[in-house]
Design a protein around this ligand. Structure first.
Ligand code: ATP
Ligand code: MG
Length: 428
């Protein structure tokens, strides 16, 4: 029979590595709490329509990356390729945007049918932050400070730079688009197929072409920042002042555009050189038009997404992943003879007395010797031995696995007291 395998580009997370993810998630949650952001969860599957209408028909995501399928009712559904659209949908559906502001976050898997490589997968994970109801630029600065703190607290601040741009109002973008298209039409012979296709459909995307020839050509092209409307210009200047005041360094990159149609005004990316081609760790921006576009009242909004695999890779590549994240077993309860039932209740008693103690109860029988071997391999500091004799006397034998100390046979209460004195931190 053919061996069953995971889908290409969709990774298993094995127990040896899950400690790293938990560490990352703990740091993120602590920071989000510091800023008063609240968690929202929404389904992994939505109607295809939602993503088409929000992300834009002529984007990489909608054109070629979505996992779209028909369900049994014949409805077209899509595995979410990103979270913003679903977040807006959920907020609208439940009236969260009515006369109020929201600072929200979510995390979970996203799905895009891309060519899998280091830092690029078909199922990957994002932390998303979305803020509704504030026009900025103060909230833009807060969101950027939050992202900066995440990178700082994880120890990778010196590995990343913040790139910043303003995409202006939709009218300004339209004016700029015309100028860019006019310019590029005069240099069609120098454009690759991808850019030629985008020239008609989504010319702004040509600005972030990875092709060096295209980039060289763009040196002579009109610059988006020169086309900004007054409102966007002021917004952008004020944002920059706030960031400077807060000591956040950034580079203005006038060619920074985003791969989704709904962005305007502030756009940003945190990029690193440490991960090769997949250098964008965090990306986001302002999307004041999206809520209305999806049927709500006009609502200013800003957000970002962090690619958690890339963040993890960055911590690993730069030696910032703490050691010893695997919370290992401290006590192994050895159960020899007809004592299984008592072993299980004893273990419960120990967990009541020391709720934080990682304790493994031996299950499955076996000789004393083989159980002690397992106790040693578990990494435990102590073995508690329950044999028939101990059980009859209401006692336990305590054996030190990593220290030169004689073993002791004690009453259960005394064992509990000894453990509590040894590990007060597990008693809370
Ligand atoms: P890229 O230019 O690398 O394709 P993107 O512009 O498509 O990125 P966004 O849609 O802005 O990415 O998603 C936000 C973040 O999610 C990215 O900056 C990246 O860290 C992460 N990300 C996006 N696609 C993938 C993927 N296929 N695998 C892993 N992480 C991803
Ligand atoms: Mg992409």
């Amino acid at each position: 029979m053919k061996k069953l395998q995971a889908i290409r580009g969709m990774n298993d997370l094995l127990p040896d590595d899950s400690g790293q993810w938990q560490y990352l998630e703990d740091v993120l949650k602590t920071i989000l709490q510091q800023y008063g952001y609240r968690e929202i969860r929404f389904p992994i599957v939505e109607s295809t329509e939602l993503f088409k209408r929000s992300i834009g028909e002529v984007t990489d995501i909608v054109e070629k990356e979505m996992y779209t399928f028909e369900d049994r009712n014949g409805d077209s559904l899509t595995l979410r390729p990103e979270g913003t659209a679903s977040c807006v949908r959920a907020c609208e559906q439940h009236g969260l945007l009515y006369n109020q502001t929201q600072r929200l976050w979510y995390t979970g898997p996203m799905f895009r049918h891309e060519r899998p490589q280091k830092g690029r997968y078909r199922q990957f994970h994002q932390l998303g932050v979305e803020v509704f109801g504030m026009a900025g630029p103060d909230i833009d600065a807060e969101v950027l400070l939050l992202s900066a703190r995440i990178l700082r607290d994880l120890g990778v601040a010196d590995q990343v730079t913040l790139q910043l741009n303003s995409l202006g109002s939709s009218e300004a973008r339209a004016r700029y688009k015309d100028a860019l298209v006019t310019f590029l039409n005069g240099h069609k012979e120098s454009l690759d197929d991808d850019s030629l296709r985008r020239l008609d459909s989504n010319p702004l995307r040509i600005l972030d072409s990875k092709n060096p020839e295209t980039q060289a050509l763009l040196d002579g092209a009109p610059v988006l920042l020169d086309y900004l409307d007054e409102d966007s210009k002021t917004h952008f200047e004020q944002l920059q002042t706030m960031l400077r005041d807060a000591g956040v360094s950034f580079e203005v990159n006038p060619r920074l555009v985003r791969g989704l149609d709904y962005y305007g005004k502030t756009a940003f990316e945190w990029v690193t050189d440490a991960l090769g081609a997949q250098g964008t760790v965090c990306a986001g921006g302002r999307y004041d038009g999206l809520v209305e576009q999806l049927g709500g009242k006009p609502t200013p909004a800003i957000g970002f997404g962090i690619g958690l695999e890339r963040l993890l890779l960055l911590l690993q590549a730069t030696g910032q992943m703490p050691e010893g994240l695997d919370r290992h077993i401290q006590v192994y309860l050895v159960a020899v003879g007809e004592v299984q039932s008592r072993a299980l209740t004893l273990a419960e008693q120990l967990r009541d007395a020391l709720p934080g103690l990682p304790l493994l109860t031996h299950c499955g029988g076996g000789s004393f010797k083989s159980q002690m071997k397992k106790a040693d391999r578990s990494g435990a500091e102590l073995a508690l031995i329950l044999g028939e004799e101990e059980m009859a006397n209401g006692q336990l034998t305590l054996k030190y696995l990593r220290e030169e100390q004689p073993q002791q046979t004690l009453n259960v209460d005394d064992v509990i007291q000894l453990l509590q004195e040894r590990w007060p931190e597990y008693c809370l």
